[in-house]
Design a protein around this ligand. Structure first.
Ligand SMILES: [Zn+2]
Length: 408
């Protein structure tokens, strides 16, 4: 039996089973359509000891992240989020040109570029070489490595430790969670600050966001679980904020456990109490989720079948990882979606993994004038509906699939 990647208890309970799915960032070329494609179980368990929701590691991080199709900078609102974060860090913690800022999984430099603009020394750590290259072109020094205890010790030996250590949407992508957090503990300067952002498990369940589950996301966190993990490694959470990004994320602020300069804010106890009151420390809470997900699939397919019977055309917008979980789980292929479009040129001319929906540049929408535009990255729905508002010229409508089908 598989065991919990944090506390090692046996994993006996299913949160949700989404069947078999390919790696969601493995876009295919036309030539690859004729080849076999690996599918892996997308089965999430919840640990009855620490309540960490998790997938088994079916695929190594090397296989997933060495070349990665996700470039953070293609979403305008995410860049805005990154920029205001840098201003906040400057104000709240006095991060300045004497500080050293390290971001783990720094992607294409979408965030560190704003520290570089302020002449604040930075280091990005990013295992995906193709993505890291784009960071270096932006002037963001980047190590093409996986982070963990080993790299933290190497950096420390070079005299490098972080005043600010950032991990945005990376904690979920780490199979060896304890090695990663141990590395953070080592790399953090005494008095330094860690900020981590991750999708909040409570929002995932409440918002029915099952499509944010994919093989790249090994773990799904609540504040309660992160506090346990931090405490185990000699760190503590001293503040927590709820953010609207990625369908509802948490930003937690961490420091060394013995750091008396940081007051633990009331937010932490308030959110922890709210998680307990919502049921995150009871298994029944997790068991209810699976049925809700099945019902969402039935309703979405019912809607799509109806509009196809009416002779309407449906095209996708976006080809994000989450879209691929949704399309594969629901069995939506070119029988429902003629094609999808994406702003990321890396994906143009390719096909969605498993479902083989062709991906074009956004201009294709103007040319084909679909009756419905199916928004796959629903977390950016407002931005997309405003960018694509011209579909209303021909009576086009938007479909948002999550938490349940909505037409705009
Ligand atoms: Zn556990």
């Amino acid at each position: 039996m598989a065991t919990c990647r944090f506390c090692n208890s046996p994993l006996k309970h299913t949160l949700v089973d989404l069947g078999m799915s390919p790696l969601c960032e493995s876009y295919l070329t036309a030539e690859q359509l004729n080849h076999m494609e690996p599918f892996y179980p997308l089965h999430v368990y919840v640990c009855d000891n620490c309540f960490l929701a998790q997938l088994e590691e079916y695929v190594s991080p090397e296989a997933i992240f060495t070349e990665y199709a996700y470039f953070s900078s293609y979403a305008d609102s995410w860049l805005q989020h990154a920029k205001s974060y840098t201003n906040l860090m400057e104000k709240r913690f006095g991060i300045n040109s004497n500080s050293f800022v390290v971001e783990l999984a720094s992607n294409d430099g979408y965030l560190l570029q704003y520290f570089v603009q302020k002449k604040i020394p930075v280091l990005g750590v990013e295992p995906a070489a193709n993505v890291a290259k784009s960071a270096v072109e932006k002037g963001v020094p980047t190590l093409i490595r996986f982070f963990g205890e080993k790299l933290a010790r190497e950096l420390l030996a070079e005299g490098k430790c972080a005043d600010l250590l950032i991990g945005n949407n990376v904690l979920s992508q780490v199979p060896d969670l304890n090695d990663f957090v141990k590395g953070m503990k080592i790399l953090l300067k005494p008095g330094g600050v860690i900020t981590l952002e991750f999708p909040h498990l409570m929002r995932l369940v409440e918002g029915n966001q099952f499509d944010t589950i994919y093989h790249e996301h090994f773990s799904y966190f609540s504040l309660i679980t992160v506090e346990k993990i931090f405490a185990f490694h000699g760190l503590k959470v001293f503040d927590a904020e709820e953010l609207t990004t990625h369908g509802g994320s948490l930003r937690v602020y961490g420091c060394h456990q013995d750091d008396v300069t940081k007051r633990v804010e009331r937010n932490v106890a308030e959110l922890r109490d709210r998680e307990v009151a919502t049921g995150l420390t009871s298994l029944d809470y997790y068991f209810a989720f699976g049925e809700k997900v099945k019902e969402t699939k039935r309703k979405l397919l019912e809607f799509l079948i109806r509009v196809k019977w009416e002779g309407k055309s449906v095209c996708g917008y976006g080809a994000p990882g989450k879209g691929n979980t949704l399309l594969n789980y629901c069995g939506i292929r070119t029988d429902f979606l003629d094609f999808t479009v994406d702003r990321n040129p890396y994906k143009h001319g390719k096909f969605t993994p498993g479902t083989h929906v062709p991906i074009f540049p956004p201009d294709k929408i103007r040319e084909k004038r679909p009756d419905y535009l199916f928004i796959l990255p629903w977390n950016f729905k407002d931005e997309i509906m405003s960018q694509m508002s011209y579909i209303r010229d021909w009576g086009g409508k938007f479909i948002v699939p999550i938490p349940g089908v909505e037409i705009y």
